[in-house]
Design a binder for this molecule. Sequence first.
Ligand SMILES: *Cc1c(COP(=O)(O)O)cnc(C)c1O
Length: 377
Amino acid sequence: MINFNVPPIVGTEIDYIRQAIENHKICGDGAFTKQCSKWIEENTGTAKTLLTTSCTHATEMAAILLDIKPGDEVIMPSYTFVSTADAFVLRGAKAVFVDIHPETMNIDERLIENAITEKTKAIVPVHYAGVACKMDEICAIAQKYDLKVVEDAAQGVMASYKGKALGTIGDYGCFSFHETKNYSMGEGGALLIRDPEDIERAEIVREKGTNRSKFFRGQIDKYTWMDAGSSYLPSELNAAYLWAQLEKAQEIYDDRMKTWNRYYEALKELEEAGKIEMPVIPEDCVHNAHMFYIKARDLEERQKLIGYLKENGIISVFHYIPLHTAPAGMKYGEFRGEDKYTTTESERLLRLPMYYGLEAENVDYIAEKVKAFYSGK
Ligand SMILES: *Cc1c(COP(=O)(O)O)cnc(C)c1O
């Protein structure tokens, strides 16, 4: 059986977790948290990174920092994970969904302007599969209407747009280190902060609304409750796991890229024969092989393909149910404009197994089975 995902393990995780325990520092903001944050800052060029308990929480922090209030509107794709919307809905905002580009499954920036009202506060582009949205255009719209940009870069660690790391282009960027992502700490994430002026409040929000971070740096002699906040600081045990991964980030990246390219080469002929569609990587984008997906003709064909692969010991999965069609999406959100691609393209999309260490023989076997399914069709 070939699983869809296997959490990444590079081998040093257990040593680092043991070190954290032996150092008697298992709550947050210890040596491993600092090393991970520094790594992200050096490798992305962001002004500041705060490790968080998840990407969902990083996005919640961004919503708090932007003072999102009931009645505000936030524009995002409907084709995304629930967290993109949840973080803003929790603050009382309405999620306003617009359609996507079928080639990349990313928000169609040309549709954003029509969805803007007096109530709009922010745009949340989601870099699907680590392939960047059209950030120049999105940032230009944000500037024109005085909106903030929060990048959902959950899938975008080690990917870039015109040479800029994803997560560093908008006002805030949100990374995920969930076990299904390229680099993991079990559950975890990071908030990337572009403007140095926002750093102090972000630290306060993450530390239950207190200025404890400043206190620990010795900048003040007692700490106190300064603002509304929550508990978004991850444990050192998780950070220790992540540090093992970040140290080997290039190795993980290269391995995933090898798998991605092997799938692409093997399945190209099916695309050329007009049987499937493959991911498109625009020129401005360097992706990170977060996922490998193909598109079947329609929902029915995709479901049959999932069944066929399963019979052959291969687990493939689909996502997302468009948020505007989900119960909470209907309650807290609204689709503006026409749903030309969101639903139909989401019904066609199929993700093939993709993880660090997936063997080349298995990639070949999976590609062979996909081809076998289409032979004669
Ligand atoms: C995984 C993911 C999230 C949520 O990440 P967590 O760290 O699990 O909170 C949010 N948005 C997108 C697009 C994701 O893929």
